[in-house]
Design a protein around this ligand. Sequence first.
Ligand code: ASP
Length: 443
Amino acid sequence: MGVGATGDARDGSTPDRPTPEPESDRSRLTLHIVIGMVAGLATGVALNMAQAQLPTAVDTFLVEGVFYVGGQVFLASLKLLVVPLVFVSIVCGVASLDDISRLGRVGGKTLVLYLVTTAIAISLALSAAMFFEPGAGFDLTAAQITQKDVAAPPTLTETLIALFPSNPIKAMAEGEMLQIIVFAVLFGMALTMTGGAGKRWVALFNDLNDIILRLVMLLIALAPYGVFCLLARVFAAEGLTAIRPLAAYFALVLGVLVVHALLTYPLMLRLLAGLDPRVFLRKMRPPLALAFSTASSGATLPVTLETVEHRLGVDNSIASFTVPLGATINMDGTAIMQGVATGFIAQAYGIDLGMGDFVTVVLTATLASIGTAAVPGVGLVMLAMVLRQVGLPVEGIGLIIGVDRLLDMVRTAVNITGDATVSCIVGRSEGKFDDRIFSANSE
Ligand code: ASP
């Protein structure tokens, strides 16, 4: 179906919708992004190792000059698309629904799946932490414990009230994603109820949607350079030496992330949607690379949405809603870090966690993920909430902070994989999934 067909189906009168770029171009771009990642990683590690030998000016010019500017410009160009894309895309999606009551059903299914996958993720992580005990015998006296400043997390009532924008322009200016989603859904519903005027505006929004998607494609073309700069800078600063004292913790978080991404999601895709997970993962490579490089589900959102709609085949009426919602509230990778970190910190401090604590951690981490933003490092803020809830020392965060940036990259990739998985399952269950797009040859 692609961009063109989706648009045609919506208003039935616009044969001039833009065509998606050919698959061969996409394959080449994906390859270039992977090359950019590997080259960025290698450059960063090499710079980090050669730091002592290199003149400071060279290091500063490259890392804080070229790579910093290149990375930030790329990030900003991704982020600038998020608010207009989410708003316009949801309005189009809601306006194209044949039956408005479908919205409630889709919302319900999506929320349940997001909560269930997060609960599975954190249960897996906690069980692994209990079994492998990465924090047992950890030398607290040798560890550098730094008090982390953590903002108090929002309460449930605050989160509920904050869903509704009193000023949609302010919500957009501040990038308040849940408020933008609520406003866009209401606006889309009003358009479908407004007769001729509504129809004219729906056509306008459909055109705008195509234009914004074209902009997304233009910017994806910069991704190989963007990911190179982002990764070169991160690895030049971080190096890999910080991992050594925390190797057990690092490996366990990575292991559970990989199990969740390569076992839980593929099983769900097969059993609940009858889809081939290998095709799914292959097509997800560009957004996965961006999630890894930016460590931000929010910044990756434009590319995730484009992939879910135009490469995996979920109809705009479902994807426009599920993907932005997922980027905001569904963070399975983050939940996994929290599960392992909670076990690790408890073991390092010699505190036993009982079954009641286990349940509390699962509930708190699942709910905490709803109220926090999809930006780098936010997982630590949520972790503070979880630790406080089970009476563990919040300064324990200082133990794991050294490797958090690296893990953030991997868990963000898992976060967006979860969003795309749930979108496919919901799209398929609603009959809003194009099998031809999904199985269209790619890479
Ligand atoms: N960086 C993650 C995301 O944007 C959140 C986190 O784990 O800190 O999805």
